[in-house]
Design a protein around this ligand. Structure first.
Ligand code: AR6
Length: 178
């Protein structure tokens, strides 16, 4: 039996702030394919987790856009970090939407495989990678809702938005779904 959509929506939380502070089982990192750190949320996560995170990341062999790999959280409150490079947005005709979908889907898959009961996402690809925020938000929400429905896997999902624009976009889209 599939799960009710309104039950799923009760487990989706939209908040403003810094994802590195989240007390959840897993936080998701908007990484690049090297998985060796960078700017934006990636830089913030590595700084907060400490140098052991980079050490473990060096063993992973990178990741393709849309793939996801999991490490421990080290100094973070989160037990795990799920690293996924989103797509670089180049106008929308280069498979960007399905790559972004894969990033969210594969992150949820790893959360399930590792028995997580809560996960926090940033707005993947909407910073340096230039993905339009409205469209990226639709993809994030629909992919996660669909994953929870199909896999019968209900966990607390936090979208932690750093900028006011993304926060407003997420609030609007979640309200439209309720
Ligand atoms: N907590 C939550 N969200 C944050 C934080 C934070 N501490 N810091 C920034 N954001 P970006 P991308 C938001 O550029 O577009 C890196 O160098 C930010 O406002 O971090 O996927 C990687 O190594 C934006 O909305 O990631 C890659 O090279 C969102 O996080 C590249 O950037 C994503 O912005 C990936 O680019």
């Amino acid at each position: 039996m599939s799960v009710n959509k309104s039950t799923i929506l009760q487990h989706i939380y939209i908040q403003k702030g810094d994802i590195t502070k989240m007390e959840v089982d897993a936080i998701v990192n908007a990484a690049n394919p090297s998985l060796l750190g960078g700017g934006g949320v990636d830089g913030a996560i590595h700084r907060a987790a400490g140098p052991q995170l980079l050490e473990e990341c060096r063993t992973l062999g990178g990741a393709q856009p849309g793939e996801a790999k999991i490490t421990k959280g080290y100094r973070l409150k989160a037990k795990y970090v799920i690293h996924t490079p989103g797509p670089v947005y180049r106008g929308g005709k280069y498979n960007e939407a399905s790559i972004l979908q894969n990033s969210y889907y594969n992150s949820m898959r790893l959360a399930k495989e590792n028995h997580c009961t809560s996960i926090a996402f940033p707005a993947i690809s909407t910073g340096v990678y230039g993905y339009p925020k409205d469209e990226a938000c639709r993809i994030a929400l629909s992919t996660i809702i669909e994953f929870m429905e199909k896999e019968n896997f209900i966990i607390d999902v936090y979208f932690v938005l750093f900028d006011d624009e993304n926060y407003a976009v997420y609030k609007k889209h979640v309200q439209e779904l309720s």
